[in-house]
Design a protein around this ligand. Structure first.
Ligand SMILES: O=C(O)CCC(=O)C(=O)O
Length: 235
């Protein structure tokens, strides 16, 4: 039986802006995902992002086959997410939905950033690590609680942001198969890979079903529960 998030862990997520999921992918699943990802990279299956002629990101995972769809909609992810997002959950196609393969030369996502612009439209991002990540090979960094900070990225004086990031950012080392859920308003970045190896991870975005939207959104895939509409004119 799968374990889920405790109420206290939900509270920590709300407070800190991130939580390590109690579930993880089996090493068999990790191996199978890595094999398909390597194949996609070798065959340069579009859409991909290159840096120095090397593919460092493959995008649109949802359309890349069964193993990705099964992983994105897996109980390992959705059981704990239900505690954060409720029972009706959509996968977001047009934010993240990608795998990064980072090496020493990769510079993507090294700058501290938020994935979304406003707390009223945030998403939950799940980072799935397909290789062990640590300070040496560039694990994820977060500024705990920074999802609550107003207007931080718009400060005229970017010195504030730099100081906060420099002094308050903490590394989150994770093992292969483990998963980190973040509120996408949290200030975060990938670390620099200083090794000769790679650092592979999937970045996946989820949202609760929008109860006030009467139309289907083609950029959202229902992965658990059902679409509900609760606009005033029908209640
Ligand atoms: O891989 C990470 O540690 C962070 C990824 C990230 O920031 C992104 O994909 O937007």
């Amino acid at each position: 039986m799968l374990v889920s998030l405790l109420p206290q862990e939900v509270q920590l997520f709300r407070h800190n802006g991130f939580v390590k999921l109690p579930t993880q992918f089996s090493l068999e699943r990790v191996k199978a995902l890595k094999a398909v990802i390597s194949q996609n990279i070798d065959q340069a299956v579009e859409p991909v992002v290159r840096q120095n002629d090397r593919i460092i990101r493959i995008s649109n995972l949802w359309s890349r086959g069964r193993i990705f769809r099964e992983s994105i909609a897996s109980d390992e992810i959705l059981d704990p997410l239900e505690k954060l997002l409720g029972s009706n959950i959509e996968f977001v196609l047009n934010r993240h939905n990608h795998v990064y393969l980072r090496d020493r030369s990769s510079t993507h996502s090294l700058e501290p950033h938020r994935d979304v612009m406003h707390w009223s439209r945030t998403i939950v991002t799940v980072l799935v690590y397909l290789e062990d990540t640590n300070v040496e090979n560039g694990c994820t960094y977060v500024v705990p609680g920074s999802h609550h900070l107003p207007d931080l990225l718009n400060f005229a004086d970017q010195e504030h942001l730099r100081k906060i990031v420099q002094e308050q950012c903490i590394p989150v080392p994770m093992s292969a198969g483990e998963m980190l859920a973040i509120d996408s308003m949290i200030i975060h970045s990938a670390g620099r890979n200083q090794t000769d190896g790679t650092r592979m991870s999937m970045t996946l975005g989820y949202h609760s079903v929008d109860e006030l939207s009467p139309v289907e959104n083609s950029k959202r895939i229902l992965v658990r529960g059902r679409r509900i509409y609760r606009g005033n004119e029908v209640n």
